[in-house]
Design a protein. Sequence first.
Length: 236
Amino acid sequence: MRLPTPATAPRMPASVRLPGRSPRPGYPGFVVEEKSADQGGAARGSVRGPGRLRARASALVLVLAVAGCAQSPSDPAADKDAAHSASPSVVSAPTSLTGAGEFKRRTTAAIVYNRKLVPKGAQASLTAESTGGKTVTSLVVEGLLPDHRYGAHLHVAPCGARPADAGAHFQHVAGRADASSEVWLDLKTDNSGAGRATAHHDWPLAGALPRSLVLHASATAPSAPPAPRIACLTLS
Ligand SMILES: [Cu+2]
């Protein structure tokens, strides 16, 4: 947290002081806060030690409340910082993948294979964020057919001129073809042709990463072969 500086700290009546502590000149009312910074170590203004800080922040709240001063800009920040630094350690390196673009005929960044199902101007954006052993993958599309169900998955290879170039479905567990091992992002568009889907997984992206998002002509049916590939977005 950033401690209030004398220039920005709310002015308190000079009579509000903790017993036994002498205020610093020109810094009335923030004796407690300043004291905690001194005890926190060398770095003034970036105090480490959440529990102690929170306790002192609470003491400050009490002082302010007693003083009849409801305004206390430093307190929410103190609580937020304390909660943040108490979060569990990350178990794997954060990884992120993105891809975005308008689907066109001759670019493999975002390529269309079927203009009937992916009209001119259609576009997509994908982000996959992997951190703390979990992965969240989100797809947003615009300009597709209205009220249509599309299948969508992450695949192992980048998009190419041919639909098959994207390779097989990405699988976290090799050979396991379900939504817990693969990343399925099926969606139904609204009446403007826009849609979105998000997939949550309890595993991190690591090792061989997915390289593309493939849009399929219709929704994924686990017991049937995937519908034809109609567009592809390369991820990096
Ligand atoms: Cu697929």
